[in-house]
Ligand binder design. Structure first.
Ligand SMILES: O=P(O)(O)O[C@H]1O[C@H](CO)[C@@H](O)[C@H]1O
Ligand SMILES: O=c1cc[nH]c(=O)[nH]1
Length: 251
């Protein structure tokens, strides 16, 4: 059995898994794996930390994507080659609506394509839309766990600083094309910023795969620019949602 180039794993390693939980952060991959039955680490290459285990007797993969579209596209493409057809992203995010609080759970229905990688899969006129049934599973998971959530549109940017209109960087400069963009997304009802869902949704829709995305809010940008460092409790809540959603989809 041949190993895929970046992830360094084979189809046999996945033991029939068809669903992958895909966080951005490699360390989050490890923490999520402890919630699976019989977890095993399959590989750690670059930003891709891959674990396998079981949920309700079904084989499941956890694979970090790293930050941003290019590495996400590689993880998704190589996992798809090995038989994965459902991708559940669990991320962190910054809210841009005043009524969304730090610690809240956001489910992305669709994403504004502020990335570059998604354009390698479909033209900009094609929507970055989640899979209805995978997203429904995220909603049902929240309901089952008694967790409040917001569902709506996410802005998904290649950059954390200019693309999310942050002026507090080294230079304080944001190119004209992004000046005023945060306010525009707010007015258009966009909930939040993160950095992978546009690529994930577009490529999955284009390739006939299923994708959904849940994220825990680390910061509300109407109050604060940069998130606080400690966000363990927020992660636990969003991880509980993605695990429950995976179980619902596998049953
Ligand atoms: O916590 P993760 O999943 O990495 O998600 C968010 O955090 C990173 C930026 O800090 C970006 O990847 C963004 O999408
Ligand atoms: O503001 C934020 C917080 C987390 N991740 C992002 O991409 N943006």
């Amino acid at each position: 059995m041949e190993k895929v180039f970046h992830l360094g794993i084979t189809r046999d390693d996945l033991k029939g898994a068809t669903l992958a939980i895909v966080p951005g952060d490699p360390d989050r991959s490890a923490r999520i794996s402890t919630l699976l039955d019989n977890p095993e680490c399959l590989a750690k290459t670059r930003e891709f930390h891959v674990y396998r285990g079981e949920l309700n007797g079904h084989s499941v993969v956890v694979c970090s994507t790293g930050i941003g579209g290019p590495s996400t596209s590689i993880a998704v493409e190589e996992l798809a080659q090995l038989g994965i057809d459902t991708f559940l992203r669990i991320g962190t995010t910054g809210a841009i609506q005043p009524h969304i609080n730090e610690g809240d759970i956001l489910i992305s229905q669709a994403s504004v394509r502020l990335d570059g990688a998604s354009q390698h899969f479909a033209p900009l006129s094609y929507p970055a839309v989640s899979d209805f049934f995978a997203t429904q599973a995220m909603v049902n998971a929240c309901d089952k766990l008694g967790i409040n959530f917001h569902i709506g549109i996410t802005a998904s940017s290649d950059t954390f600083y200019p693309g999310q209109e942050r002026y507090d960087t080294y230079s304080g400069y944001v190119p004209r094309s992004f000046q005023g963009s945060c306010e525009e997304w707010q007015k258009l009802g966009v909930m939040n910023y993160e950095m992978e869902s546009a690529t994930l949704f577009t490529m999955c829709a284009a390739l006939g795969l299923r994708a959904a995305c849940v994220a825990g809010v680390l910061v509300n940008r109407t109050k604060q620019e940069i998130p606080n460092v400690d966000h363990g409790e927020i992660e636990k809540k969003s991880v509980a949602v993605v695990i429950e959603a995976a179980k619902l989809l596998l049953n």
